[in-house]
Design a protein around this ligand. Structure first.
Ligand SMILES: NC(=O)c1ccc[n+]([C@@H]2O[C@H](COP(=O)([O-])OP(=O)(O)OC[C@H]3O[C@@H](n4cnc5c(N)ncnc54)[C@H](O)[C@@H]3O)[C@@H](O)[C@H]2O)c1
Length: 362
């Protein structure tokens, strides 16, 4: 067992304050890790996050954080375009790295990050946190036990209203150069879930739509939106199963809505997150066998204490993995597989929706 890890959060925006800082605080209570530095070039973000965390060591340049040899781990919560340069620099300075999703802007970037991680022999993790939702954990367990039989189909929806207002100014997420669009933003989570649940995806068809092609930007300016704000993908798994993935940022009334339906030769499962969110808003329903199909249909499957988890668990798993000398549940290699599907879906959409093979290899 190594001593308590000393860590830094790089990027002090929404997710850093909602998850990264509280995760370090929980890790401190458990003796796993403590937060010793925060970094963000925007003074207000840095000050607010610094106050929240009670941290005096505040940096505007991540290179100063990485130069500190008393820091063992960094968590990266910046816009997506900065994931690669910061993660690579962190690995080269000997830090373990948890990076936000999507891992990168492109498959090439993601592969470079994973290669760097392998060479550095450091622990890497990616915050694909929905794997820790209790109902998702139970669904995974039931599928592993074969309760659905041979899985034939998966239907996945992820809806929010992040880009519904055409008058909302453009954000970094809505640009190719910094973000990558809604499929990359929220679709990456469900692709990760799909591969986790059913194994590798080998072919994809993609249809990506931009409903608001132009948005207000800086002063009286306008900016062209060069990424999708809704996407539908058809998926073919190596197992022979097929699937549909719908993601959309223009769904009013849906909050942060997710639904995954899985149907196999022996049963069906429906996982859902609805209001008020994944802390208590998650549900699992199951139907096992023809007898239940004829009588009750889908029935609620309440989770057990062993499925309990919170959105802080991906971080705690990362810290514990470093202590234990093992891989965490979601590694950079896993996120490369997600990025390969995003890459194939985008190439398919650009070619009018033809089937595209998902690149293999990490
Ligand atoms: N896992 C999840 O459920 C989840 C949820 C939300 C966001 N995210 C991911 O987290 C990341 C951040 O998202 P957010 O919603 O917090 O965005 P945000 O815009 O609120 O925060 C990003 C922060 O990074 C800072 N930043 C910019 N350049 C920087 C640099 N060079 N060094 C350090 N900090 C820099 C910005 O000033 C800003 O404060 C994204 O990758 C996003 O996809 C993940």
């Amino acid at each position: 067992m190594v001593d308590t890890l000393r860590g830094a959060v790089i990027g002090a925006g929404i997710v850093a304050r909602l998850r990264h800082i509280p995760a370090f605080q929980e890790a401190t209570r458990r003796g796993l890790a403590e937060l010793v530095a925060i970094c963000d070039p925007v003074p207000t973000a840095l000050a607010e996050a610094g106050e929240q965390a009670g941290i005096e060591a505040r940096y505007r340049d991540y290179r100063e954080v990485l130069a500190r040899d008393d820091i063992d781990v960094v968590t990266i919560a910046t816009p997506n375009s900065l994931h690669e340069p910061i993660a690579v620099a962190a690995l080269r300075s000997g830090k373990h790295v948890l990076c936000e999703k999507p891992l990168a802007l492109s498959l090439a970037e993601a592969r470079r990050m994973a290669k760097e991680a392998r060479g550095a022999d450091r622990v890497t993790a990616v915050n694909h946190r929905y794997r820790w939702v209790p109902s998702a954990r139970y669904m995974k367990e039931l599928l592993e036990q074969g309760e659905a039989g041979e899985v034939r189909q998966i239907f996945m929806n992820y809806f929010n209203a992040l880009v519904v207002d055409p008058n909302a100014p453009i954000q970094w997420r809505q640009t190719r150069v910094e973000g990558g669009g809604i499929l990359a933003d929220i679709g990456s989570h469900l692709i990760d879930m799909a591969v986790w649940l059913l194994g590798p995806i080998q072919r994809v068809r993609g249809d990506l739509r931009t409903f608001t092609p132009e948005r207000p930007a800086g002063g009286n300016g306008r900016a062209t939106v060069d990424v999708d704000d809704a996407a539908t993908c058809q998926l073919e798994f190596a197992s022979g199963a097929v699937g549909i993935l719908n993601v959309s940022g223009v769904c009013l009334g849906r909050g942060n809505y997710q639904r995954i339906e899985v149907y196999g030769t022996a049963g069906g499962l429906i996982y859902e997150i609805d209001w008020p969110g994944d802390a208590g808003g998650d549900r699992l329903q199951v139907c096992f066998g023809a007898a239940q199909h004829r009588t009750a249909g889908m029935a609620p499957a309440p989770t057990w204490p062993r499925h309990e988890a919170t959105p802080l668990d991906p971080f705690l798993d990362f810290f514990q993995a470093i202590h234990d000398g093992r891989d965490p549940l979601v590694t950079f290699d896993d996120a490369v597989r997600v990025q390969a599907v995003l890459d194939a879906a985008e190439r398919s959409a650009a070619s009018g929706g033809v089937w595209v093979d998902v690149p293999t290899g990490i």
